[in-house]
Design a protein around this ligand. Structure first.
Ligand SMILES: [Mg+2]
Length: 437
């Protein structure tokens, strides 16, 4: 009989932050997001809890929360033993699978639950998740991955080879992470809703804070983008990396024309130029715009699309998201694919809690998969960290390695109750004021 705790209950919460009031997070496709979490807590008989969530931007968060609740039979009454097997059971549920397969709301729900299981497991082991994973044997890590549909690009044998190659330097890289952290870039200056003065001020602040890369949202109005890009380049100087992000706004041809119009200001990458499903469109854009890099991934629905994009040369920067694909397990597969194709991973973050989660995956990648921080940066957005029990710590443009046990996923209980939608205190006040509710 296992001595691991028994999961005795699953709670779900629809949590929403009224961020649309400040235009934080405004981009060409998402002008008024209310950053939200479909949040799950796994309660155990030992008092240790596992926390996880899917990130959404407001309406529909109740649908996402209901999808998580549908997974209750997979976890209640179980122990967090073999998380490779448990993940595969959920992904291959013969009836739930119809809702995807392996994409969209149900897949994001699996992500939330899988991540909550990892939060629980890491707390039980007394380690931050990145270190727990970074100390697992290559064989254990391979057992966490679902290789179905990957065989033409990555076999278990090839994955083992990648992991074994990185094994000798693990201890040294763990020490370096603890001492130096992991490089970050900031998206805070670049939201579309900000005026030019705010852009200028935030660019200066980003440099003063030690960041070596920023990102601007583009794609709503070309003349505005040219002006904002010129301002950013003036303030940041010639050798500073400025990425741009269109949030899926364009057709393939428009993407090429638009980015060409910004080329004199040397954008480092163009992110999400078009539909995240358009594998070949991204490849066309990448060929037309080189040496500007194409970056995508935050809306790529699973490892199969990532595989195709790597095979087709659609991306030269791969942006994993901690809470869209099937959680930690599927992200390990994607990190292995990226290593196999030699493409750097620069995780998507921001929203609510995505920085907290994804730092663990990037650090694990550095320790045990790619073994490199070269050309790799984690997105950083300075929003909503105060709601988390173990918030990210940024110093001199770097994420410091989290040391508390777990996946840094847990929100403060007061935040969970105050921002509960629609009944929490904050939303009741908004309704009274005639605000966004
Ligand atoms: Mg983006």
């Amino acid at each position: 009989m296992s001595d691991l705790p028994l999961i005795v209950a699953m709670e779900t919460h629809d949590i929403r932050f009224p961020t649309s009031l400040e235009l934080d997070g405004s981009d060409a496709m998402n002008p008024d997001p209310d950053y939200s979490a479909a949040y799950v807590v796994l309660r155990t008989d030992s008092g240790v809890d596992g926390h996880g969530f899917a990130f959404t931007i407001g309406r529909g968060n109740e649908v996402q929360t209901a999808a998580i609740a549908a997974l209750e039979p997979y976890v209640v009454g179980r122990r967090p033993e073999d998380l490779g097997a448990l993940y595969k059971e959920m992904v291959h549920d013969s009836q739930l699978r119809w809702l995807g397969p392996e994409k969209g709301v149900m897949h994001m729900a699996i992500s939330a639950v899988v991540n909550a299981l990892w939060d629980l497991k890491a707390k039980i082991e007394g380690k931050p998740l990145w270190l727990l994973l970074g100390e697992m044997s290559p064989e254990e890590l391979v057992s966490l991955v679902d290789f179905r549909y990957l065989g033409d690009a990555l076999t278990p044998g090839q994955a083992l080879e990648i992991l074994r190659r990185a094994e000798p330097g693990r201890a040294e890289r763990i020490a370096r992470l603890k001492a130096e952290g992991y490089p970050a870039y900031t998206t805070s200056p670049g939201w579309l809703g900000y005026d030019d003065d705010k852009l200028r001020r935030l660019c200066r602040e980003a440099i003063a804070d030690g960041f070596t890369q920023i990102k601007l949202k583009v794609g709503a109005d070309l003349a505005d983008d040219v002006r904002r890009m010129r301002i950013a380049r003036e303030v940041c100087g010639p050798d500073f990396r400025i990425a741009i992000d269109a949030n899926q706004r364009w057709d393939v041809g428009t993407a090429i024309t638009w980015v060409n119009a910004l080329k004199e200001y040397e954008p480092y990458w163009i992110e999400e130029p078009t539909s995240p499903d358009d594998v070949l469109g991204h490849a066309t854009i990448a060929r037309a715009l080189a040496p500007v890099k194409v970056a995508t991934g935050e809306h790529v629905q699973n490892r199969v699309i990532f595989k195709q994009m790597l095979q087709a040369g659609s991306m030269s920067v791969l942006q994993i998201d901690a809470a869209r694909v099937g959680g930690v397990n599927e992200n390990i597969a994607i990190l292995l694919l990226a290593a196999r194709f030699g493409v750097p991973v620069c995780p998507h973050a921001g929203g609510v809690g995505l920085c907290e989660l994804v730092q663990h995956l990037a650090m694990f990648d550095y320790v045990a998969v790619s073994g490199s921080r070269r050309d790799r940066v984690i997105e950083y957005v300075d929003h909503l960290h105060e709601h988390f029990a173990d918030p990210v710590v940024i110093e001199n443009g770097r994420y410091l390695a989290p040391l508390a046990p777990g996946f840094s996923a847990a929100m403060h209980p007061e935040s969970i109750s105050a921002y509960a939608y629609p009944g929490g205190r904050v939303w009741a006040e908004e309704t009274v004021r005639g605000g966004v509710a």
